[in-house]
Ligand binder design. Structure first.
Ligand SMILES: C[S@@+](CC[C@H](N)C(=O)[O-])C[C@H]1O[C@@H](n2cnc3c(N)ncnc32)[C@H](O)[C@@H]1O
Length: 224
């Protein structure tokens, strides 16, 4: 499977993704001096909005497609706060110092191995770092797939639409091993299943305590 995207076309037609990205970005509290990774930055349209919120910080814009990174570099030309990296989120990442947050829009469903994806992200996040993301989940574009199948097209797509529970399981922080915590049950709070999982703290408190209202589930029929 090719990792290349048609960057010029994507840049032209990605208004919907840029709009979703803007909304997702609103969920990421920032002081302005953090180091934040944009995981799957595409042509950098949302990366530019992220960079605006980091006047004294740094954005590490990561994408597997060289064409997307080149277009992002051109779109963000002259912004000294953005560093670009061609890298696969399914492989260990080399980003230098740990990041304070990971932001991602319309990307995770394109990464097939989610165990590797979240492990790789966690490995570059400092303790307490935030992950705020939007992606296609189980049931996404199901109507489109069904219609395509009825029309004789059996393409299932090289995408991974995980369920909320699966992602909660993957992103849950290990519980501290104090005697008090060992005596507590290890199952997540009941809000887990209703909580959009990709709005979590790495190595921080249990992820599923995130308020569902503060972190709404992604739209069910769009992915990007
Ligand atoms: C729909 S675009 C979203 C781009 C951008 N975040 C936006 O909101 O416009 C998905 C992006 O994910 C990137 N991508 C897909 N799989 C990837 C992977 N395994 N590692 C890194 N980037 C990946 C693609 O190259 C593409 O740029």
């Amino acid at each position: 499977m090719t990792s290349e995207w048609d960057a010029a076309t994507y840049d032209r037609i990605s208004d919907p993704m840029a709009r979703w990205g803007e909304k997702v970005l609103e969920r990421l509290p920032l002081e302005g001096d953090e180091r934040v990774m944009d995981a799957g930055c595409g042509t950098g349209r949302v990366t530019a909005l992220l960079a605006e919120r980091l006047p004294d910080g740094t954005v590490i814009a990561v994408d597997r497609s060289r064409g997307m990174i080149e277009q992002a570099r051109a779109n963000l030309a002259g912004n000294p706060r953005v560093r670009f990296l061609v890298a696969d989120l399914g492989q260990p990442l080399q980003v230098g110092d740990p990041v304070d947050a990971v932001f991602s829009n319309a990307t995770f469903h394109w990464v097939l191995d989610h165990d590797a994806l979240f492990a790789n992200l966690a490995a570059v996040m400092r303790p307490g770092a935030r992950l705020v993301a939007q992606c296609g989940a189980a049931g996404n574009v199901a109507n489109v797939m069904r219609a395509a199948r009825q029309a004789g097209d059996d393409w299932e797509g090289a995408v991974h639409f995980a369920t909320v529970d699966e992602t909660c399981g993957r992103t849950r922080s290990p519980r501290p091993s104090s005697p008090a915590s060992r005596s507590r049950p290890s199952s997540p709070p009941s809000s887990c299943a209703r909580t959009s999982p990709a709005c979590l703290r790495a190595n921080g408190p249990p992820s599923c305590t995130t308020s569902p209202r503060a972190c709404p589930s992604p739209s069910s029929n769009t992915s990007g």
